[in-house]
Design a protein around this ligand. Structure first.
Ligand code: NAD
Length: 368
């Protein structure tokens, strides 16, 4: 698509005074000369997070919205004029398999309720398009694995919307840990939560959500523990508290405290909750040093400090960086520092399955 000129115009206006943040993201220093391939993305599910993603994608240089999939015609009308998407690239949930014949779409970003992800992602893969899917990738590890296999079979990529994997402060902490600046890691603390509003929303409906706070926000502490420590957990223990059983029905967790043990000897202690606002903190302790991030996974700016001082990487809208980097992964086979592929998503889902089992049984659950 002849989109380069508009990108250059938009980005050069927004680029003034914004420095290069980290090596793999040359978004703001290089856009004037960018003449490479552009990932043509259809957004599926035009809800609140999709709205944020779409706004952010206006500043992308490698990714562009070229298609829309929604069950609500009025949303299609609004979005199509805002993002200049032609009628022929707009679909609903019944007919979107027809994207198979549409060269204007390379990938579909699935931003619907969790319980719909697996089926929708598999249909996208079957239509021969790459899949970008929001977290959690499904409602359990089996669904995640099926999505991985479907994408493999269709020879398309599957990426999960882990935006923190491209955030500059996060990447610096991971770099420091990899270079042993904190020494042997002993402890991680992850706290993730907010107070959920409307009791009738899909997030509190087991079929559509797959669980409560854990699926939605606790997953950040699980995923964060893994990239901060740099290992995969070998066991979990977990305890649930529920103060409002009317709002949080059977299968919908309000608050879960959980622990994970890592092969190198580190332990993570985490809290996932729908009952506390502004809970967004990571703390990583090694024998030589520490990293603290608060907020650690919100939309930013992320605030991070280590025993060596504050980290001050410039805030860039997470979803802009994420989508430009994902375009690089899909179109140029780039390898991100922290993976965002389907297998990475399945690892989190296996841990969530184990946490739910630990809550139910009261036992320590070992992971393979
Ligand atoms: P939302 O309710 O605002 O949007 C969901 C969209 O899906 C709506 O447009 C809705 O119309 C559509 N939809 C299609 N079928 C539906 C059905 N059967 N029931 C209900 N809605 C249906 O939700 P959201 O906050 O945009 O979350 C969507 C996904 O994005 C979730 O998987 C969530 O975990 C994820 N998310 C990720 C982040 C992040 O930072 N990565 C942030 C928020 C949400």
């Amino acid at each position: 698509m002849g989109t380069r000129r508009s990108f250059v115009k938009k980005l050069s206006a927004g680029a003034v005074g914004i420095p290069l943040v980290y090596n793999s993201v040359d978004l703001y220093g290089m856009e004037a000369i960018y003449d490479g391939p552009i990932l043509k993305v259809a957004i599926m599910g035009l809800g609140s997070y999709a709205t944020r993603v779409a706004e952010a994608m206006q500043d992308c240089k490698r990714a562009k919205i070229t298609g829309l999939i929604s069950g609500t015609p009025s949303k299609i009308e609004k979005w199509k004029s805002k993002y200049n998407v032609p009628d022929k690239n707009c679909y609903n949930y019944e007919d979107f398999d027809k994207i198979v014949d549409n060269p204007d779409i390379d990938a579909v970003y699935v931003i619907t309720p969790n319980g719909l992800h697996a089926e929708q992602a598999k249909r996208v893969a079957k239509a021969g398009k790459h899949v970008i899917c929001e977290k959690p990738m499904g409602v359990n590890a089996q669904e995640g694995q099926e999505m991985v296999e479907a994408c493999k079979k269709a020879k398309v990529k599957l990426l999960i919307g882990y935006r923190m994997h491209f955030e500059a402060n996060t990447l610096e902490v991971v770099r420091m840990r990899k270079e042993d600046e904190f020494g042997k890691i002993i402890f991680f603390q992850g706290q993730s939560g907010f107070i959920i509003g409307d009791p009738n929303q899909w997030r509190l409906d087991l079929k559509l959500s797959g669980g409560g706070a854990m699926m939605d926000i606790g997953i950040y502490s699980i995923n964060g523990a893994r990239y901060m420590i740099g290992e995969e957990p070998i066991w979990v223990t977990a305890q649930e508290t529920k103060n409002d059983p009317v709002k949080f029905k059977e299968g919908i967790d309000e608050t879960i405290q959980f622990q994970m043990g890592f092969p190198g000897g580190a332990v993570a202690s985490c809290l996932s909750t729908y009952a506390v606002n502004h809970l967004d903190r990571f703390y990583l302790a090694g024998i030589k040093g520490f990293a603290e991030m608060q907020p650690s996974t919100g939309y930013g700016p992320i605030k991070a400090r280590t025993n060596k001082g504050d980290l001050n990487f410039k805030h860039i809208t997470h979803q802009t960086v994420q989508m430009d980097e994902m375009a690089g992964i899909i179109l140029e086979n780039r390898e991100p520092l922290i993976p965002v592929n389907g297998e990475e998503g399945v690892k989190d889902m296996k841990i969530i399955d184990a946490i739910f089992k630990a809550v139910k049984t009261g036992n320590k659950v070992f992971l393979q």
